[in-house]
Design a protein around this ligand. Structure first.
Ligand SMILES: [Zn+2]
Length: 452
């Protein structure tokens, strides 16, 4: 019997909300030298008409203003206006851990993370989560796939009115604390309900990884996810140490975290499976899954993820800082595996910049394929799609956001763009832009960040 099935009262109490309509807001026309709708060609001297947080119309600046002469107009000069960016993997509540963002081997880094976390009070986690939201806006990020252990990430995202998925994290669960941990997860789902009705996000579940929960705990997470319809996010194949622990029952994570949690993979001297195969055997690889990192995926793993319609959130900067390795992006493309980019937490990514993540993936591809820049099998346009519309598709939110189209949310990033030297806007974004180029961020039609 699923552990959660023994909690019928909690089950009834939980209602996982769908994305709700933004509140009634003002109406306005935003203009820019270039509007980049993503799903249609760029519009030179363009404009977007926004009403009540939604896009009403998009087109030529002069025509749109002439058709709506009484509307307020906000002009962005020397600017490109594009959809807000979609972050496929983050931990807002870790946003005060920038002191940990130094090169270190992963097993050492995660031990420091656990130590730093033990010193945090609830008020600290909430303050960090709010700080993280502020940093997202500074970076043009308006949609998040965020993981929260304390549940306070839910509050920060709800307060900000940010759309996305907030995954409640399950971590450090062994067979000794399993019963208490299940009650804790169910209570966190229930308490999240109190803020869901004024948020624009969906709730998800994040069993942290194959190496920080016992097999029984992972099975329970699969059952809770199914029972409550919660999409999944898991750190998967992030390090060689993870692969060694699950496959062989050895390595630096086996001798620390794995031993402490008395994992079955260590007792049996390895499962002889990759982490992906191992999790698939526990019903955790499915269409709802966003697997974070995916550095040590074999070709067989990539085929398996593709077969199950799962997606990967690549985190190149985080992997680089912790010496985790380089994800086989060329294999992802070869097998048609869906992927996007994640900042991860500031504890392993001081940049916190999705433009840089996309640029680094392009460099990885150039290295892995050995071709010239203009022959890389992922064009600048495709790369920009992976941090907007394609990432929205991964989260099941592409009918709401990820492109500038009538009916969608008015979530935008305004980027510096010198109209006197016009170049292809996609090339400009991939070659030149970083988060410091973001001059304004707009959420549901309201400016939530303006560079000083
Ligand atoms: Zn992470």
């Amino acid at each position: 019997m699923p552990a959660c099935a023994s909690q019928p009262c909690l089950r009834r109490a939980v209602k996982v909300s769908r994305i709700q309509e933004p509140e009634a807001r003002s109406q306005k026309i935003y203009t820019a030298d270039v509007i980049l709708p993503i799903t249609s060609p760029p519009i030179k001297d363009g404009a977007v008409f926004v009403k009540d947080g939604r896009i009403i119309a998009i087109g030529n600046r002069d025509n749109l203003i002439a058709a709506n002469p009484d509307e307020d107009v906000l002009e962005f000069r020397d600017a490109l206006l594009m959809p807000g960016l979609v972050n496929l993997h983050g931990h807002l509540e870790c946003s005060s851990f920038d002191f940990l963002a130094k090169p270190a081997p992963f097993p050492k880094w995660i031990t420091k993370m656990i130590k730093a976390s033990s010193k945090m009070q609830r008020s600290d986690w909430l303050a960090a989560s709010r700080l993280g939201v502020k940093r997202y806006f500074e970076a043009g990020i308006t949609c998040t796939a965020d993981i929260t252990r304390t549940g306070l990430g839910v509050q920060a995202v709800a307060e900000a009115g940010m759309p996305g998925i907030v995954y409640l994290e399950a971590v450090a669960i062994d067979n000794n604390n399993l019963a208490d941990a299940v009650v804790d997860i169910l209570e966190r789902i229930k308490s999240a309900e109190s803020v869901m009705h004024f948020g624009y996000f969906k709730l998800g579940l994040s069993p942290h990884s194959a190496y920080t929960l016992s097999e029984s705990a992972l099975k329970v997470c699969a059952q809770i996810s199914k029972e409550y319809g919660l999409p999944l996010s898991i750190h998967l194949a992030e390090t060689r140490a993870e692969l060694e622990l699950i496959r062989d029952g050895s390595g630096p994570l086996a001798s620390t975290i794995g031993r402490r949690l008395e994992l079955e993979a260590i007792k049996s001297k390895g499962s002889s499976k990759t982490p992906t195969e191992f999790l698939d055997g526990l019903a955790l690889i499915n269409k709802s899954l966003v697997a974070a990192h995916g550095v040590w995926l074999s070709e067989g793993d990539i085929k398996l993820l593709k077969k199950k319609n799962a997606s990967v959130a690549l985190c190149p900067t985080s992997n680089e800082l912790l010496g985790s390795g380089e994800a086989p992006v060329n294999q992802f493309i070869k097998h048609g595996l869906r992927f996007g980019f994640g900042t991860d937490s500031i504890a392993s990514n001081p940049d916190f910049d999705l433009f840089i993540e996309a640029r680094k993936a392009r460099m990885l591809l150039a290295k892995q394929t050995g071709v010239k820049k203009n022959q890389i099998p992922l064009s600048p346009e495709e790369l920009i799609k992976t941090i907007t519309i394609k990432a929205a598709e991964v989260l099941g939110l592409s009918s709401e956001l990820g492109s500038i189209e009538p009916g969608k949310r008015a979530d935008f990033a305004v980027i510096d763009y010198d109209n006197r030297q016009p170049i292809d806007p996609y090339n400009h974004l991939i070659e030149k832009v970083s988060k410091s180029s973001v001059s304004n961020t707009i959420l549901a039609g309201e400016v939530v960040y303006k560079r000083s």
